[in-house]
Design a protein around this ligand. Sequence first.
Ligand SMILES: *Cc1c(COP(=O)(O)O)cnc(C)c1O
Length: 381
Amino acid sequence: MRSPAEARVDLDAISGNVASLRERAGGAEVMAMVKAEAYGHGLIPAARAALAGGATWLGVAKVAEGLRLRAEGLTGVRTLVSLGVPGEPYDQAIAADIDLTAGAPWMVREIADAAVRAGRPARIHLKADTGMSRGGAGAEEWPALVEAALAAEAAGHLRVVGLMSHFACADEPGHPSNASQLAVFREMVEHAEKAGVRPEVRHLSNSAATLTLPEARFDLVRPGIAIYGLTPVPEAGTFGLRPAMTLVAGTALVKRVPAGSGVSYGHTYVTGRETNLAVVPAGYGDGIPRHGSSLLEVLAGGARRRIAGRVCMDQFVIDLGDDTLAAGDEIVLFGPGDRGEPTAQEWADALGTISYEIVTRIGSRVPRVYTGQAAGGGVDG
Ligand SMILES: *Cc1c(COP(=O)(O)O)cnc(C)c1O
């Protein structure tokens, strides 16, 4: 292969995962969460694949992400910006028919002002803090938020189209906060509806809740990681999801070195005998975690090999023993696992993190190569 490192993204896996999540969600609609470059998979191709799989909404964190979807022609689809940050270009979002989230009265005012500038009413979702202690209005602030939103609605500045919250511990099925968040959300929804809010959609479920908490589906579920084929509840199996990303690199060079050779920065790995080393052209500048030095495994020449010594900015080394590889031979860093390569989950477990971080951190220097019917084999970035 010619490219130093590339992330192959199977768009059929994304469409298929969305289709299976949609089935699981019963009658609820699916908002595909495509923030952060679709968890590293590439915003636009992943969004298109998710829509092909039956998603009817797209979810992003920031206004710029929503505007990019619109600029790239994803115009007819409901899109939500879920993070409320002062000073975001909300007027542009409103003009582009992007839904916004308000978790505090100041946010309602900021959106109402932006709607006046945009010359059309905003569509907003009120965010309840049901127990995560992050964004959104807690039960005590909720009545004031609902009141501010209804006043702005009466003034013609916006329409409250959604009521939402977010789980803190849905990846731990049976955690007591799941039931309590669900109960609090029900009460807050009831309060808002009694006060006169007529939402199109009420939504609470991330991937973990979509997979394990059917009673929390309401009108819409918001899976992210599961769309990309990774599970937030790894101990419960794969739920039939297919990982979409395979990270590969072409062997840069192979060399024979004597016993006692110190390898990479700091010589933290020293060869025990005469051996073949291969240089793999992917490093922490591409998103390979430096914490994975002398720890993570890759698939090279049909066998698992551990990274030998420190991960550098642009490359790392593996020890092949008496095996050899030719320059350009493909090395699989992680993937679905069916060829014997590690999965992103396996890397995450070794590093004490979550699969989300492994795929999302793969950097912009790594081209995404799309496969699957929706792709026609194109390259982006
Ligand atoms: C990221 C995000 C999700 C998706 O979470 P996953 O655990 O990846 O399924 C859902 N809702 C909101 C508001 C988010 O920001």
